[in-house]
Design a protein around this ligand. Structure first.
Ligand SMILES: Cc1ncc(COP(=O)(O)O)c(C=O)c1O
Length: 445
């Protein structure tokens, strides 16, 4: 590989990054209107246009509240939102307005963040194994902070970004997490000395340590152990004459209220561990890469029942040869599925159950049927839920699914030609004014 001494610069010598962001559309909830009112209106509007497109509503006020909760509970930890979790421009703009940083995993995510006006110093390129062209892109656009976990990556970075500020990703115990990452990434503690030596030989600067305990972590003490491991790396670095100044505690924080461990419990453990191992006077800057924490609960998906089949339920103990209303099994086909927004059912094993509910009111006394809900594609793998007991649905009914903001939009495809769900961000008039959002969004009237 050819050695590059620096990185591409614009003709006036400054690093280039795309600015002049275009505003994105937003609906204002005024006069006390709520997110539910918006969903009602949208469904009516689509009906009048003879459209049944699936859609998301993004509750930006909800995102603000989660940000405030972060600042209150983890005042020493600056969040860098993991763009991979939800790359919706309206979401990223809100976070940028709240002054978070961004964790980008690729050239495309860096490009997106820069195009929204995020400055390169607010970006960490947090992927330990990067394509050479993406490293060059980061270099050319002034994105210097990036992670690594092996010698080959150091070699590559030395060729394409000599001024990089490197963060050593270590493997930590991820056994308490529902989505584990340490089998794929992270150096072991025994490798640290060798890696720091190699970085020194290559003239690269290592500024800190990062880890990720795995997504949907269920054990708060895991963070304490991981922070203690990071301290060991800082101490080893000292022995090699490297003064580190950044600790990145990754993601893994809960995104929904009904999760088994509360965010506050994690925060208490993290704050205690930071005070013990990285007290404020250590001068170490602490950041994190939360993904689902910020977005999981703030997106609701609305999908339409586009088809229905009634079959005989073999499993119903009341069944007899004659079909009765009791032994009918319902099969519904909705216009979003596992190849679209609900890909989390296959890609994110932490989404064990999806619980769609009817948008229209139902009587509690209404007969319930064992139901299977399928996605719209021709693939039998495209199953949203089964053995689900709900009242009878009809073609044209709308189902709502809460907590759909994490790893949904950013992973979905248009398999079989079914378009991705449209995204409607909404904000209350109070929040609109308080955050002066007219700088970044266009109001839809
Ligand atoms: C490097 C990195 N940072 C942050 C995240 C976000 O994790 P979470 O959504 O659990 O907060 C991920 C998720 O895979 C990741 O790989």
């Amino acid at each position: 590989m050819e050695k590059h001494t620096g990185c591409a610069v614009s003709t006036n010598g400054s690093v280039m990054h795309a600015l002049s962001p275009e505003k994105c559309d937003i609906d204002i909830l005024d006069n006390g209107r709520t997110v539910n009112d918006f969903i009602d209106d949208k469904i009516k509007e689509l009906g009048s246009q003879e459209s049944e497109e699936p859609f998301y509503v993004v509750d930006l006020d909800g995102m603000f509240k989660r940000h405030m909760r972060w600042l209150t509970n983890l005042p020493r930890v600056k969040p860098f939102f993991a763009v991979k979790c939800n790359n919706t421009p309206a979401v990223l703009r809100m976070l940028s307005a709240l002054d978070t940083g961004f964790d980008c995993a690729s050239k495309c995510e860096i490009q997106l963040a820069l195009s929204l006006g995020v400055t390169p110093d607010k970006i960490i390129y947090a992927h330990p194994t990067k394509p050479p062209s993406h490293i060059r892109y980061a270099c050319a656009h002034g994105v210097d902070i990036m992670t690594f976990d092996n010698e080959d990556e150091l070699q590559k970075i030395s060729l394409f970004h000599t001024k990089a500020k490197l963060v050593l990703r270590i493997a930590v115990d991820d056994s308490k997490s529902l989505l584990r990452l340490s089998s794929k990434f992270g150096a072991e503690l025994v490798e640290v000395g060798k890696l720091l030596e190699r970085a020194g030989e290559l003239g690269l600067e290592v500024i800190g340590v990062s880890f990720h305990v795995g997504s949907r972590c269920t054990g708060s003490l895991t963070f304490k152990d991981a922070i203690a491991d990071a301290r060991r790396v800082f101490d080893i670095a000292n022995l090699y004459g490297v003064q580190m100044s950044l600790l990145d505690i990754g993601g893994g924080f809960p995104g929904r209220e009904d999760f088994q461990v509360k965010f506050e419990e994690f925060s208490e453990v993290i704050n205690g561990a930071l005070d013990e191992f990285f007290p404020p006077d250590s001068g170490v800057q602490i950041i994190a890469e939360p993904g689902r924490y910020y977005v999981e609960s703030v997106l609701t998906l609305a999908a339409n029942v586009i088809a229905k089949r009634v079959v005989t339920d073999d499993m119903d103990e009341h069944s007899n040869d004659e079909e009765t209303s009791h032994n009918r099994k319902m099969m519904y086909y909705i216009n979003d599925g596992v190849y679209g927004s609900l890909n989390c059912l296959i890609n994110d094993t932490t989404h064990i159950e999806i619980e769609p509910y009817l948008h229209r009111a139902v009587e509690s006394s209404e007969q319930r049927y064992r139901s299977i809900i399928w996605g719209p594609t021709c693939d039998s793998f495209d199953k949203v839920t089964e053995n689900y007991w709900i009242p009878e649905l009809y073609v044209g009914d709308w189902l709502l699914i809460d907590n759909m903001g994490a790893y949904s939009v950013s992973v979905s495809s248009e398999f079989n030609g079914f378009e991705k769900a449209h995204i409607y961000p909404v904000v209350t008039a109070e929040m609109w004014h308080a955050l002066n959002l007219s700088n970044i969004y266009n109001i839809i009237y």
